[in-house]
Ligand binder design. Structure first.
Ligand SMILES: [Ca+2]
Length: 242
């Protein structure tokens, strides 16, 4: 068996492994809570953060801010202090239908194949059950930027209602791009959060502090075995914007 044949065998095995991994992938939702509204930190280096070269634009639908609540707070890298509505997106339930959405469109000028999304974190903080979370996550691709695909609805009800800070982390069971086994966050053009009213104990709206969306770091995407590196080589520049 010569070296070239061995490399082909290795590459083939990696392709098979990746295929099996993708088909078995599931979204892993990790819910965390803390007594403090300021415990969970926001990232200012994620791809949808305001000012990031990877963010092309933001659009909001159906949101009416209450008490200074605003959607710009969701991607400014700041979670804010206790009871600080200026650093949260909050719509009073009586202002609407317990539903608003925000869409972050990515700049794919230097990533024409779109982005792979590996981690999504959402942070909420308040009291009186408004630290709960409930939203649908959707995405579109560079191939069909106007078509949004649902990745499911995610919910957080604290085990201890006295805990006023919460965080949902979405990852993938394979360690790669987030996938439900059918749809995978690759080739991504836009990410959309469709914010919903609570599921329990009421249907009131919550105070979201930050939405963070992360792509693989170059070291994670590129430092792989030889065979997988050959497969990823063509794509890594597009998928590793930093
Ligand atoms: Ca951020």
């Amino acid at each position: 068996m010569n070296a070239k044949f061995s490399l082909c065998m290795l590459a083939g095995a990696v392709v098979l492994l990746m295929t099996v991994t993708l088909s078995q992938a599931t979204i892993v939702q990790t819910n965390e809570e803390n007594s403090s509204q300021t415990f969970f930190d926001a990232s200012s280096r994620d791809v949808i953060n305001a000012g990031a070269p990877t963010l092309a634009g933001t659009s909001v639908s159906g949101f009416t801010g209450f008490g200074g609540g605003n959607t710009a707070a969701l991607n400014n890298g700041i979670t804010g202090g206790a009871n600080d509505l200026s650093q949260g997106a909050f719509e009073l339930e009586s202002a609407g239908d317990n539903n608003w959405s925000i869409t972050y469109t990515l700049d794919t000028t230097n990533a024409p194949l779109g982005f792979s999304i590996k981690v999504i974190q959402t942070i909420a903080a308040w009291g009186s059950s408004r630290q709960h979370q409930h939203y649908e996550l959707l995405y579109s691709t560079v191939a069909a930027p106007g078509t949004f695909i649902s990745m499911g609805t995610f919910n957080l009800v604290p085990t201890n209602e006295a805990d006023q800070g919460t965080r949902i982390t979405l990852t993938d069971s394979s360690g790669g791009a987030i996938s439900d086994g059918v749809h995978t966050l690759v080739g991504v053009k836009s990410i959309q959060f469709n914010v919903l009213g609570e599921t329990s104990p009421s249907t009131q709206m919550d105070v979201y502090r930050e939405f963070d969306v992360f792509v693989p770091e170059p070291s994670a995407a590129c430092v792989l075995a030889v065979g997988s590196f050959l497969i990823w080589q063509k794509r890594s520049r597009a998928e590793c914007p930093f």
